[in-house]
Design a binder for this molecule. Structure first.
Ligand SMILES: [Zn+2]
Length: 331
C-alpha cells in the first residue's frame, strides 16, 4: 500500500506537531470555489453559498460566502480543557499536526457497508469529515450506476493516528487509499489498465469526491488519468475544466493531451470541436504559475488512488486543542 509523500510540509522541521494552518491556504480556496458551487450541509464549517439571479451565459454567477463559526468557537481554553478532561463529545474529531507528522484524536471509524470493503478496519479511522466524504462519494457511484460492486478501501489512519506503515502520510485522519472499479468485479491493488478499468464508475467516484469541495488533492498515475480523461471527453466534459483538474490533461504545448491513450472515438455530428486554446511557450513563461491540478501523478498509484482531504473543522479543532491534549497526556 505504497503512497508517495505529500508534496507539502514534509516533516516541517518545527518539532512537535505544529498547527496545520497551511493546509487551508489560497490554493484550497481556489480549488474549492471552483469545484464546489454548493458545499454539503453536513460540514458545519462549510461555506454557505447562494447564487444570485443568473447573469449572462458567459459570466460566472457571483456568490455570497458565509463562513459559519467553528463549533468550539464559543469555548475558551479553560472550558475546552474541562471538555477534554470529561471526554465530552462536543470536541469532535481533531486532526493534529501534519498528515506526515501528526495524530488523530476522537477519530471516527469507517463502518462496514454493502458498497465497500475495508481491507483493514483497524486502520480505517479518520476525521468525521473524511469518513462522511468517503461514504458520500461511494454513494454517488451507486446512484449513477446501480448495482456497483463493493469498492475496496485501504488505509485511512490508525485509531489515534501517527505512523502507519508503509506510508509517510495517513497520520492525521485525512488520507485514504481507495481502489479503482474494475470491469471484472471488485479487486484490491490490481493495476488499472485500459482493459480492466471501469472508467464510468471510477469517474463517478472521482466526481463524488471532488464535488464535495473537501479534497486537497488526489494521486492517480498519469496513464490511469488518461483513461479517465478519455472517458470524460466521451461524455462531453468541458476541456478547459479538465485541463485545470488533471495533471495529465495539462500537456506541454504541442503535445497530445493524452499521450499513450487514443482520443475518444465518440462520433460527433456537429462541426468538429475546436481544440482547447494553447498558449505559446513564450507567452506561458510570462504567466504566473497557476494552481497545481487537483488530480496529480504519483508513481505507484495505478493500483489505487490516494485522496487527501482538507477536514477544515477537524484541523481547526486540532489547532485549538493541541496544547491541551498534550497537557492532559491524551496525545
Ligand atoms: Zn495513500
Amino acid at each position: 500500500v505504497g503512497c508517495s509523500p505529500s508534496s507539502d510540509g514534509v516533516d516541517g522541521g518545527v518539532g512537535e506537531f505544529g498547527p496545520s494552518s497551511a493546509e487551508t491556504g489560497a490554493l484550497g480556496s481556489i480549488a474549492r470555489a471552483h469545484l464546489a458551487p454548493a458545499r454539503p450541509e453536513v460540514t458545519p464549517l462549510g461555506a454557505l453559498v447562494s447564487h444570485r439571479t443568473s447573469p449572462g451565459p458567459q459570466e460566472l454567477a457571483p456568490v455570497d460566502v458565509v463562513v459559519l463559526p467553528h463549533p468550539l468557537a464559543e469555548f475558551d481554553d479553560t472550558a475546552l480543557a474541562t471538555l477534554i478532561r470529561q471526554g465530552a463529545p462536543e470536541i469532535g474529531s481533531a486532526s493534529v499536526g501534519q498528515p506526515n507528522r501528526g495524530k488523530l484524536y476522537n477519530g471516527v471509524a469507517m463502518p462496514e457497508g454493502p458498497l465497500w470493503h475495508l481491507e483493514e478496519p483497524e486502520n480505517s479511522w479518520g476525521t468525521r469529515e473524511t469518513i462522511e466524504s468517503i461514504q458520500r462519494a461511494i454513494a454517488r457511484v451507486e446512484a449513477d450506476h446501480p448495482g456497483s460492486p463493493p469498492l475496496h478501501i485501504g488505509h485511512i489512519s490508525r485509531r489515534t493516528g501517527g505512523w502507519l506503515r508503509p506510508h509517510r502520510s495517513h497520520q492525521s485522519g485525512r488520507d485514504v487509499d481507495l481502489g479503482y472499479y474494475y470491469l471484472e468485479g471488485p479487486r484490491w491493488y490490481a493495476p488499472a489498465t485500459a482493459e480492466n478499468l471501469d472508467r464510468a464508475r471510477t469517474w463517478s467516484l472521482l466526481m463524488g469526491l471532488l464535488t464535495q469541495g473537501n479534497v486537497e488533492y488526489v494521486f492517480i498515475t498519469r496513464d490511469v488519468q488518461s483513461l479517465l480523461l478519455e472517458y470524460a471527453r466521451s461524455q462531453g466534459v468541458d476541456e478547459a475544466w479538465l485541463s485545470e483538474l488533471f495533471e495529465a490533461a495539462a500537456a506541454p504545448d504541442g503535445a497530445a493531451p493524452t499521450a499513450g491513450a487514443p482520443r475518444s472515438p465518440t462520433p460527433r455530428t456537429s462541426a468538429p470541436r475546436s481544440p482547447a486554446p494553447r498558449i505559446k511557450p513564450s507567452a506561458r513563461a510570462a504567466l504566473p504559475p497557476g494552481p497545481e491540478p487537483v488530480v496529480r501523478h504519483r508513481w505507484g498509484h495505478h493500483t489505487h488512488l490516494h485522496v487527501r482531504f482538507y477536514s477544515d473543522r477537524a484541523c481547526t479543532t486540532g489547532q485549538r486543542t493541541f496544547h491541551l491534549l498534550r497537557k492532559q497526556g491524551k496525545l
